[in-house]
Design a protein. Sequence first.
Length: 104
Amino acid sequence: MRAETRALLDESPEKGNRLVNDGYPLAGLLWEEWGAELREAGMERERFDEITRGYAGEIRLWVVGERPWDHCVAGLGGRVLRRLPEQSSRQDDKQELASCGAGR
């Protein structure tokens, strides 16, 4: 997906930027990985997508090779954890989410 997105950014910058600004390709990939735990902690897919869209600059840097995968995913994971609903901000909830890859 990264290579395809990079090629799209090169071939059609407007279309590529629109996709990246929507959180592609990370939003779908990471919701599949983290979604069940995030829902359990009180975060819906729409909120996750909103947070991911706000991270588009870092996603773009990963797509073009300026950020390593681990750095990009850890940054987004940390952002997501900090935005969990207040009732879910208990330490054990955060540790459970971290164990599934968020915040690494």
